[in-house]
Write a protein that binds this ligand. Structure first.
Ligand code: ZN
Length: 61
C-alpha cells in the first residue's frame, strides 16, 4: 500500500490518501485537487506527489 498526505504539497490541507499503488493514489489526488483545491495536476505536481508517497502497511485480509 502507498500513502500520501495532501498537506505535504498543499500547506494547510489535512487530507490523507491510502491506495494500492501509485496510480490508485494519483487518481484520488486528481479528483481531490479538482474538487477541493480547484487545481489540475500537471507534470510538476504529479512529480511532487510521487516524491511524497510513503509506504503504508497492507491492511491484512
Ligand atoms: Zn488537499
Amino acid at each position: 500500500m502507498k500513502a500520501f498526505r495532501c498537506g505535504d504539497v498543499v500547506p494547510g490541507c489535512s487530507r490523507e490518501f491510502l491506495g494500492t499503488d501509485r496510480d490508485d493514489i494519483l487518481a484520488q489526488v486528481v479528483a481531490h485537487g479538482r474538487g477541493e483545491h480547484r487545481i489540475e495536476l500537471d507534470e510538476g505536481l504529479v512529480a511532487l506527489v510521487e516524491a511524497n508517497l510513503r509506504d503504508a502497511p497492507d491492511p491484512g485480509p
